[in-house]
Design a protein around this ligand. Structure first.
Ligand code: TRP
Length: 459
């Protein structure tokens, strides 16, 4: 099933399922399994989760549809998409910011993805085959991430594998990898969740995670939840514009968005079901920050029958979930360089991956290897967390605002609707979506940004 309007040079997904799995693969990644639990932990638990869900389905889904429609309509990379629909204007800067953001996110995301590979090897070689306490686990993690050769080497490895797949192109590389591995990840997560919720002490973890305590909500909860929604859904930097540009005109974008948002949310919620009971079981604090997953899970695996096997499978699939996301992050600058600068795919991949690696080195050294980077002056945290806050949160939030305003007011609801209004989409859908993209998303985002600036609560 090749799209009839596929041009000779540009790739395209070979089927609807292939597209949905690749886009879900982009959305599902470390954001769901590593980042979601720790922002929930820091954000106070269940109340945060509820706000997060609201943002995903009211703002995130609407923005995603806007991105996919713009991508499919223009068949271009993010910069090209704005150029094609608003020629001669500065709107292309929204696309360009997205391309830069993609490189920046990939640079620190690749570091964490590298840790998952490192933890896979650690599990296989038996580091966690004996029961370990929470503090031993924290020590192992601290020692591992402070090792500069391991962190930089694994970043290099991870970006190298990403580059090879992106170089192989859209349907041959990205789609093929996603199709097999996403279902395997889901199955393993379900198994682990079942084990975790039946641990002793799981009740306290489940209560923290599922019984909302609204006194735990602070104003800081809202920007964190919104940023997490954009990050997890891969929005705000043009990844979905790019993936949309490879979609056949026959695909119903509205139902695709529903499926992608549902799967992404299901995986994040499942990750929480694994982490929080286990966390309370071993007595770690929910606000342990970026190391949360790496510190909690090894203690859980040590208690499972065939724990080493489970552990190895988990970190392997987590690495793969990360891979389908790093692929989408790299695909954005690559598609930009191919479309706009006329470079070959191979040259574009090598150049963008190399630049990303160089930008990623300071993040790889920011967890103990270099003390200055690990503990920045002032209120700023370490360099990796700083990158995650600036690019993984604010930049995506601003990018999503730009996209919502552009699609809602400049390109226009009518033009966008013509792209997604296909058979089976009820007529009421358009005005609802128009309300979300023109009013709710911009007002919500601006409200949150104004609040952050007013309170100077940047981190
Ligand atoms: N969504 C991915 C995750 O949850 C990360 C990611 C991939 C991403 N592509 C993106 C985030 C584009 C923002 C923008 O792990």
């Amino acid at each position: 099933m090749t799209s009839p309007n596929e041009s000779a040079q540009r790739g395209s997904w070979s089927s609807r399922t292939g597209f949905i799995l690749a886009a879900s693969g982009s959305a599902i990644g470390l954001g769901n399994i590593w980042r979601f639990p720790y922002v929930v932990g820091e954000g106070g638990g269940a109340a945060f989760v509820l706000i997060y869900l609201g943002f995903v389905f009211l703002i995130g889904a609407a923005v995603m549809l806007g991105e996919l429609a713009l991508g499919r309509h223009t068949q271009r990379n993010p910069v090209g998409a704005f150029k094609a629909t608003a020629p001669g204007t500065l709107w292309k800067l929204v696309g360009l910011t997205g391309v830069v953001t993609g490189v920046a996110i990939l640079s620190f995301y690749g570091v964490i993805a590298g840790w998952t590979v490192g933890y896979f090897f650690k599990t296989v070689t038996g580091s966690f085959s004996q029961a370990i306490t929470a503090s031993e686990s924290q020590e192992i993690f601290g020692g591992f991430v402070a090792n500069p050769a391991a962190s930089v080497g694994l970043l290099f490895l991870f970006l190298g594998v990403t580059a090879v797949i992106v170089w192989r192109g859209v349907s041959g590389g990205i789609e093929r990898v996603s199709k097999v591995l996403m279902p395997a990840l889901l199955a393993l997560l379900v198994l682990l969740a079942i084990r975790s919720v039946t641990l002793s002490g799981a009740g306290a973890g489940l209560a923290f995670y599922l019984a909302p305590d609204f006194s735990k909500i602070s104003a800081q909860t809202f920007p964190a939840a919104l940023g997490q929604a954009f990050f997890s859904l891969s929005l705000g930097m043009g990844a979905m514009i790019t993936y949309g540009s490879y979609v056949s005109k026959k695909v119903n974008l509205v139902s695709a968005v529903g499926i992608i948002c549902f799967l992404d949310t299901a995986i994040a919620l499942l990750a929480g079901l694994i982490i929080f009971p286990a966390l309370f079981h071993v007595g770690l604090s929910p606000s342990s920050g970026v190391g949360l997953v790496f510190q909690v899970l090894p203690t859980l695996f040590a208690e499972l029958p065939a724990g080493q096997l489970f552990g190895a499978a988990f970190f392997l699939l987590l690495a793969i979930a990360a891979l389908t996301s790093t692929i989408s992050l790299l695909e954005v600058p690559v598609s930009y360089v191919i479309d706009e600068w006329g470079w070959s795919r191979g040259k574009a991949v090598v150049a963008t991956a190399t630049v990303t690696f160089l930008i990623g080195v300071p993040s790889a050294l920011a967890s103990g290897a270099v003390s200055f980077l690990s503990d920045l002056p002032g209120a700023a945290p370490d360099f990796l967390s700083l990158m995650s806050i600036i690019f993984g949160n604010y930049s995506l939030t601003i990018g999503s605002l730009g996209l919502a305003i552009f699609v809602g007011y400049r390109w226009g609801v009518e033009a966008a609707a013509a792209e997604f209004q296909s058979e089976g989409v009820p007529a009421v859908f358009k005005p609802i979506w128009a309300f979300l993209i023109r009013f709710l998303a911009p007002v919500g985002i601006v409200g949150i940004l104004v609040y952050i600036i007013a309170t100077q609560n940047y981190f």
